[in-house]
Ligand binder design. Structure first.
Ligand SMILES: [Zn+2]
Length: 647
C-alpha cells in the first residue's frame, strides 16, 4: 500500500472520514516521508489529524509537546476514544504514575505521548528519550518559542536542544496559528527545522457567519441578552476584556432569566472547573468569560461566540471566535465594538511593559509589534471588504485562493453570504482621493518613512524631524492640508490592512507598498471606509441562521453555507432523540457529549438512519472504534425510531 493509501485508510479507520480537509494530506505525507513540517493552521482546523495519522502508521512513539498541562487529560481522552493508545506525563501525576507511563511508552504500548516542554529538561525524561525509538515529534502552539509572538514561553527554547540531543533525529511537525513572517522564521530557526514543508491552511471557516456590530457600550448587554433569548437552545460563549465585566454581565443575564455562568482566571479553581464542566456537559448554555476560557475546550457544538470587547489581535480574535462551529454546522461570530474599545486597547499597550525586566529597547520592539497586531484588529472592525476575505488575507492565504485553490465556499457575485459586510449593513465614506495621495506620498519618499511622517508631509507640516527629507520639494507636500489628520491616519491603516500598503516588521514601522499597491494608480480605483456601521443591529439579530437557515437564504438560492442544511421534520426529531441518547451515554462514562459524537455526526446519522454496521460506518465521523463503543446503542435508537414511524 502506498503511504497515501495507508493514510486514507487510517483516516477512515480512526476518524471515520473519507477524505482529508485542505492541507492535511500534504502535511501527513511529508511527515510520513520523514520531512519536517511547519503547519500554519488555526486551532480547530484539524491540526491533530496531521500528526495523529502519522503516529498511527509509524513504528515507535510520537511525542506531542503541548504548552498546557490542563488540557492534556481531555486531549488524551479524545485520542484514546478513536482507538489510538495515548497517555501524558506531567506534574499532576506522582512519580510512580509517571514511571509507569514511561515504561508503557518504552514497551511500545503507547502511540502518542503528551508532554509539556518543561518535561524535556528533566534527566529522567532524557534517559527515556535516549533509549526509546521516537518516530515523530509534534510541537503544538509552536509560536510560543518566539519573543515576537503573543505567548512567549522560555521553556520552548529548550525544545531545539532536546531534539539535537536525540540519538536519532525524527521528523518534526511544528504547528501554529500565528500569521506573522517574523514568528514563522523564529519557529524554523529556534526549533531547528530542516528545510520544512510550509503549509498555510484552513483559515477560512465557511460555516462561520462573521458579524461586526458597532455599538455604544451602554447598549451592549441588551444586545447580548436579546441574542441569547432568540437562541435559547444553543451553546455560546461571550468574551469580555475584564474579569469584572464577566461577573457583571453573567449576573445581569441571570437577572433577566437567562442561565449564564462567569469564568475568569481570578476565580477559585473549583468554581472555574465547575463552570467549565457545566458548559461542556450542556448544563449551562452560556459562559461569560475572559480569554482564560477555551484553551483546550473542544466542545464542538458551540453555536455562537460574541465578543463584548475588541480583542488585541486578529490571531486572538480568530482563536476565540473559532471556538464556534467546530462541528462544521452554521454558527455565528459577532464582534461588538466602539471607538472607546480602541482607546482602551491602545492605553493597555503603552502601560503593559513598564515594569518588565526587558531593556527599554526590547520593550519598544514588543510594543511596536503589538501595535501592529492591534492595527490589524482595528482594520477588521472598519473594513468594508468581506470579513472572510479579510481574515484569509491576513493569514496569508489569499494567493492560494487566487491560484484556483479556493475553498471559500458559497461566493456569489463576490459576496460570501456569510458576513455582515457582504450584506452591506453600513454606510461608507469615499476616500479615493485620500488613498491616492497617500500612495503617491509613499512613492515620493521611496518607502523610507513611518506613517506619522507620511501624514505630516501630506498635511504640509513644518516639523523639524522632516527637514532631512526636504519635504517642500515633494509633489505630495500639503496635498491633504484640508483633510483631518485622524482621517488620513485611518485611511492609511485601512490601506495597510487591505493590502495596498504594508508596514515593515522590525524596529521602525516603515510604510511600504503592499501587494495591491498598483491598483491605487489604476484609473478605475475606488476606495471607501465605513462611516456608520449599520442601520439596524436588531434586524440582523432577527435574521435567523440557527436552524441551518431554512428560511430566506435557501429560497433565494444564494448558495450560502447557511442554506446547506435543511432538515425535514423526521430527521430533526431523530436528531433530538440521538442527542438525548448522547447526553445519557456521556453522563454514564463521565465524558463530555462531543467526545461521543459531534452534532454533525448525529445530523448525518439522522439522515442515513443506520441499522447495520456497514451503514453505521458510512456516517461521517464514525470510525471502527466508535462503532464498537457506541454503535449498538445508536442503531437501537434508530430502529426504535423507524418502528415508531411505520406503525
Ligand atoms: Zn463576506
Amino acid at each position: 500500500m502506498t503511504a497515501q493509501n495507508a493514510a486514507l485508510a487510517a483516516l477512515r479507520q480512526y476518524y471515520g472520514y473519507d477524505s482529508f480537509r485542505p492541507g492535511q494530506q500534504g502535511i501527513v505525507e511529508a511527515l510520513l516521508a520523514g520531512r519536517d513540517v511547519l503547519g500554519v493552521m488555526p486551532t480547530g482546523a484539524g491540526k491533530s489529524v496531521c500528526y495523529q495519522i502519522p503516529a498511527a502508521l509509524l513504528p515507535g512513539v510520537t511525542l506531542v509537546i503541548s504548552p498546557l498541562i490542563s488540557l492534556m487529560r481531555d486531549q488524551v481522552d479524545a485520542v484514546n476514544d478513536i482507538g489510538l493508545p495515548a497517555a501524558f506525563v506531567n506534574t499532576t501525576q506522582d512519580m510512580d504514575e509517571q514511571a509507569m507511563v514511561l515504561a508503557q511508552a518504552a514497551a511500545g504500548q503507547i502511540k502518542l505521548l503528551y508532554v509539556a516542554p518543561e518535561r524535556l529538561e528533566t534527566s529522567r525524561f532524557r534517559d527515556f528519550a535516549a533509549r526509546t525509538p521516537i518516530s515523530l515529534i509534534a510541537v503544538d502552539e509552536a509560536h510560543c518559542v518566539s519573543q515576537w509572538g503573543q505567548d512567549f514561553r522560555s521553556s520552548y527554547l529548550g525544545i531545539g536542544e532536546f531534539i539535537a540531543g536525540l540519538p536519532q533525529r525524527p521528523p518534526i511537525g511544528a504547528f501554529t496559528a500565528t500569521a506573522t513572517e517574523r514568528v514563522r522564521q523564529d519557529i524554523i530557526g529556534l526549533l531547528g527545522l530542516c528545510d520544512p514543508a510550509i503549509t498555510v491552511t484552513g483559515f477560512d471557516r465557511p460555516n462561520l457567519y462573521f458579524d461586526v456590530v458597532k455599538l455604544e457600550t451602554k447598549y451592549k448587554v441588551a444586545w447580548v441578552a436579546s441574542y441569547i433569548a432568540e437562541h435559547a437552545d444553543e451553546s455560546g460563549i461571550v468574551y469580555c476584556a475584564t474579569r469584572k465585566n464577566t461577573e457583571d454581565i453573567a449576573a445581569t443575564l441571570n437577572d433577566m432569566g437567562h442561565t449564564a455562568v462567569a469564568y475568569h482566571g481570578g476565580m477559585n479553581a473549583d468554581v472555574r472547573e465547575k463552570a467549565q464542566r457545566d458548559f461542556i456537559t450542556d448544563k449551562v448554555p452560556v459562559v461569560v468569560a475572559t480569554n482564560a476560557f477555551g484553551m483546550g475546550i473542544d466542545k464542538s457544538d458551540v453555536r455562537f461566540v460574541i465578543h463584548y470587547n475588541m480583542p488585541e489581535s486578529i490571531e486572538a480574535y480568530y482563536q476565540e471566535a473559532g471556538r464556534a462551529g467546530r462541528d462544521g454546522e452554521p454558527s455565528r461570530c459577532t464582534l461588538l465594538w466602539n471607538e472607546s474599545d480602541i482607546v482602551t486597547r491602545r492605553r493597555l499597550l503603552d502601560s503593559d511593559y513598564e515594569n518588565d525586566r526587558m531593556t527599554p529597547e526590547q520593550q519598544e520592539i514588543v510594543r511596536q509589534s503589538k501595535r501592529r497586531l492591534l492595527d490589524g484588529m482595528i482594520g477588521y472592525c472598519r473594513t468594508t471588504d468581506c470579513l472572510h476575505r479579510y481574515m484569509t488575507r491576513y493569514f496569508g492565504q489569499e494567493l492560494a485562493a487566487a491560484a484556483g485553490g479556493t475553498d471559500t465556499a458559497g461566493e456569489v457575485n463576490g459576496k460570501c453570504g456569510a458576513c455582515s459586510n457582504c450584506e452591506s449593513t453600513f454606510a461608507t465614506t469615499d476616500v479615493t482621493q485620500v488613498a491616492r495621495a497617500i500612495s503617491r506620498c509613499v512613492h515620493d519618499v521611496n518607502q523610507r518613512v513611518g506613517s506619522g511622517k507620511i501624514v505630516k508631509i501630506l498635511r504640509g507640516s513644518q516639523a523639524q524631524d522632516l527637514a532631512w527629507l526636504n519635504p517642500e520639494q515633494l509633489p505630495t507636500f500639503g496635498m491633504l492640508k484640508d483633510v483631518n489628520t485622524a482621517l488620513i491616519r485611518d485611511v492609511l491603516n485601512q490601506m495597510a490592512t487591505d493590502g495596498y500598503l504594508s508596514i515593515a516588521e522590525g524596529r521602525l514601522p516603515i510604510v511600504q507598498f503592499g501587494v495591491r499597491a498598483a491598483e491605487t494608480v489604476a484609473p478605475g480605483f475606488h476606495y471607501e471606509i465605513k462611516k456608520v456601521e449599520r442601520k439596524s443591529a436588531s434586524r440582523a439579530v432577527q435574521r435567523d441562521m440557527r436552524a441551518g437557515g431554512a428560511t430566506g437564504a435557501e429560497a433565494a438560492g444564494s448558495g450560502a453555507p447557511f442554506s446547506s442544511y435543511v432538515p425535514d421534520d423526521d430527521a430533526e426529531a431523530l436528531f433530538q432523540k440521538l442527542r438525548e441518547l448522547r447526553r445519557t451515554i456521556a453522563q454514564e462514562i463521565g465524558k463530555p457529549p462531543y467526545i461521543v459524537f459531534s452534532d454533525k455526526t448525529l445530523r448525518d446519522m439522522a439522515v442515513i438512519r443506520p441499522v447495520t454496521n456497514a451503514q453505521f460506518l458510512a456516517v461521517n465521523g464514525v470510525g471502527e472504534h466508535k462503532l464498537e463503543l457506541y454503535g449498538k446503542c445508536f442503531m437501537e435508537a434508530v430502529a426504535a425510531f423507524n418502528a415508531g414511524k411505520t406503525q
